[in-house]
Design a protein around this ligand. Structure first.
Ligand code: ATP
Length: 455
């Protein structure tokens, strides 16, 4: 196993800020722990990841439909789901530095006064672990009273269970079928977060797949493989991914089986996505809690049953971080080193950059025209005329733009452009009329290249 590089994370954080992927939230006020803002390129990266997920999970299939449920739901939902009583982490406090740390993650934590030491290794004494609920509370209405408490959802899944009947009836579907949604979730995380890996406010992409009870394990195996494959298909190196089955001790009370898709981050292996076989736990609990039977009735067999559920639940921010880390390379060239993000073209924030070779002779005008045509074809584009062409290539390599198109003297005479490939750095001449089709074919045909230096 390659030795994890401690400085790779720092390089990613710095690249993210410099090039506008991710900023510290409230930075001008000194920043806020575990919260981040996405800049122009980060927002584009996330948007494209969500689109790729939605295309694969919803629109690319005939048995999954979408939903966008509210963040605020009746507080009863979280009582019945078990979140009010049980969604907590064991926390310890340091009596000296007053830091609060997750008792099960002390190895990742640092003493507030002596960052070279872990809590408990310094002179401070730690309290006994206490349960700390992860849900954020707020109040509806002008007065904060106990009767009007609401919670910011800590997962999007419950909104799906609440709408099980609505969706099944409206979409005229029946098990096996899935309901998917992407949306914000909130958790009062105390542990320092490894950048966007762990945040207070994050986006989840979750799908609840409802199946006949006897088919639960079959679909669990199916979704484990399908979710693992999605990351590999989008360019993540398979040797950096693994599927880890939870031991019986680790399993959540509602789950019959759970596996995590894990990635080898610079700080060690960590969960990227969980796939859980939740049995009929959630629908049964909400049937009991609400008094509404959340059942499927089969008109042919006259059978009535509570479907079982298999849930792939991923975090979009962790996906974005993983794609960035995995794509990052410092490639040694003859004379220097280039930083390049080898994003799959489907998720690269910019697909094509368009340059005039020089800022004269009508080249900027022709380049802008070409850029507008590609934009009209719904490709994400970027126009740049500043600096030497080599510098422009490097700027695009660093943000993972797969192709740079240069308009030169020949373009004006013969209508041909030079297309430079990010990964191989090879250049080819392409007639302008064929440019759009050439790019679309290249997106489809893209393959991950072996790297010289890996992150
Ligand atoms: P962890 O053990 O890392 O806290 P979890 O097991 O609590 O994660 P789940 O409840 O299974 O996470 O949530 C599904 C997915 O949501 C996770 O795999 C992760 O990608 C994402 N996620 C969960 N918590 C956070 C967070 N605080 N910040 C960013 N993403 C998160």
């Amino acid at each position: 196993m390659a030795k994890p590089s401690p400085s790779l994370m720092d390089k990613i954080v710095s690249l993210c800020k410099r090039r506008g992927f991710v900023f510290q939230a409230s930075e001008i006020y000194g920043g806020m722990g575990n919260t981040y803002d996405y800049g122009p390129l980060g927002v584009e990266l996330k948007r494209r990841i969500k689109e790729a997920w939605w295309n694969r999970t919803v629109t690319g299939r005939s048995d999954v439909v979408g939903l966008d449920s509210a963040i605020l739901q009746s507080p009863r939902v979280w009582e019945v789901s078990g979140h009010v009583g049980g969604f907590s982490d064991p926390m310890v406090d340091c009596k000296q530095c007053k830091g609060r740390f997750r008792a099960d993650k002390l190895e990742d934590a640092r003493c507030l006064e002596k960052p070279s030491k872990r809590p408990g290794e310094c002179s401070g004494e730690l309290t006994e672990p206490r349960e700390f609920n992860l849900m954020f509370q707020t109040h509806v209405g002008p007065v904060a009273e106990t009767g009007n408490v609401v919670y910011l959802r800590p997962e999007t899944a419950q909104g799906i269970f609440l709408n099980f009947l609505n969706v099944m009836n409206a979409a005229r579907t029946k098990p096996p079928f899935g309901i998917a949604q992407i949306g914000k979730s909130f958790r009062n995380e105390i542990t320092p977060g490894n950048f966007v890996f762990r945040m207070l406010e994050f986006e989840q992409a979750e799908m609840e797949f409802f199946v006949p009870p006897d088919d639960g394990m079959k679909w669990y195996e199916y979704w484990k493989q399908a979710r693992f494959d999605w990351y590999v298909d989008l360019g993540v190196r398979p040797e950096k991914l693994r599927m880890r089955e939870h031991s019986a001790k680790e399993l959540a009370h509602y789950a019959e089986a759970t596996s995590d898709v894990e990635y080898e981050y610079p700080f060690g292996w960590g969960e990227l996505e969980g796939v859980a076989y939740r049995t009929d736990f959630d629908l049964r609990r909400h049937s009991e809690g609400s008094g509404t039977d959340l059942l499927y009735f089969d008109p042919q067999t006259k059978e009535r049953y509570t479907p079982h559920v298999v849930e792939p639940a991923g975090g979009v921010d962790r996906m974005a971080l993983t794609f960035m880390i995995d794509a990052y390379e410092e490639e040694e060239l003859e004379k220097d080193t280039r930083v390049v993000l080898h994003f799959h073209p489907e998720i690269a924030p910019t697909t094509v950059a368009v340059f005039p070779l020089v800022k004269k002779d009508g080249m900027p005008e022709r380049a802008r025209e070409l850029e507008a045509e590609l934009r009209l074809a719904r490709l994400t584009t970027f126009y740049d005329e500043k600096g030497a062409i080599g510098r422009r290539y490097r700027r695009q390599d660093e943000v993972g733009t797969p192709w740079c198109v240069t308009v030169d003297g020949d373009t004006l005479k013969e209508d041909v452009v030079t297309v430079r490939d990010r990964d191989s750095m090879q250049q080819v001449r392409v007639p302008t009329q064929e440019l759009r089709a050439w790019i679309e074919n290249s997106i489809r045909g893209w393959k991950r290249q072996p790297r010289s230096v890996v992150g």
